[in-house]
Design a protein around this ligand. Structure first.
Ligand code: ADE
Length: 236
């Protein structure tokens, strides 16, 4: 069978590809990779370091705590990724940093609509030499206002969210569910759960088979949750 090119490819530059691969091999993403709809490729800067000691970090200029990833092995890894991309206009390069632009679903949707390759550079230690970002013209991206120990978790978040926008990644029923009214509360059997001598019933409307009424209920439930969340964030 002739292999068709994946609809979207994630090129991940990381010192710890094995930390991500279990996630990318499971569930929705794992199935999409098996079907060839998406691809995930790893580029470990250590593999691009000729020195037998494989030392890829060094002390920061100007002093300060921790170590900084040296630019050359990271740049070689990024180059290896870019060499696999025929049409560079179809690619984007992102560099993870807590100081970056906040990643959103809208950003993911727009990226998948306009590109077919996403190169994700994961930092470790105190960071990556700034010249990597300058040379690759990577966009700085953050997944939240907190500091992670490295970019790997950020890459997993970004790849997961982006992949869900790639046509053919979600199964038919999953796509339908996404389009339907989303509610933060979902239920399955039993209809009545007895837990530590208390009874917890599934809302009657969800068992009614009346889909219009169910959509109204879900919309209201989502609205209530939003209001509750906004109230909390305003006062915290
Ligand atoms: N690296 C460390 N913290 C990060 C964050 N919040 N987002 C993206 N990359 C990071």
């Amino acid at each position: 069978m002739a292999r068709v090119a994946p609809r979207f490819c994630f090129h991940i530059v990381s010192l710890f590809p094995e930390a991500m691969d279990a996630y990318f091999s499971a569930s929705v993403l794992g199935r999409a990779r098996k079907r060839g709809v998406i691809a995930v490729r790893y580029y470990n800067p250590k593999d691009f370091e000729p020195n037998p000691k494989k030392r890829i970090d060094d002390i920061p200029y100007g002093g300060g705590p921790g170590m900084v990833l040296r630019p050359e092995p990271v740049l070689r890894a990024v180059d290896a990724a870019l060499r696999r991309i025929r049409d560079r206009k179809q690619s984007r390069v992102w560099f993870f940093s807590p100081a970056g632009e906040q990643f959103t679903g809208q950003m993911a949707r727009a990226t998948v609509a306009r590109a077919r390759h996403l190169v994700l550079i994961c930092g470790r230690y105190e960071g990556v030499d700034e010249r990597v970002r300058v040379i690759t013209r990577a966009k700085r991206v953050s997944v939240g206002s907190y500091v992670l120990s490295g970019g790997e978790l950020a890459a997993m978040v970004v790849a997961d969210v982006c992949a869900r926008f790639v046509p053919g990644v979600l199964g038919k029923s999953e796509s339908l569910e996404e389009k339907r009214v989303a509610s933060p509360s979902v239920y399955t059997r039993p209809a009545e759960l007895v837990w530590k001598r208390k009874r917890y019933r599934v809302p009657e409307v969800l068992r009614s088979g009346n889909h219009a009424a169910i959509d109204v209920w879900r919309k209201e439930a989502a609205e209530k949750e939003r209001a509750k969340r906004d109230k909390k964030t305003n006062f915290s």
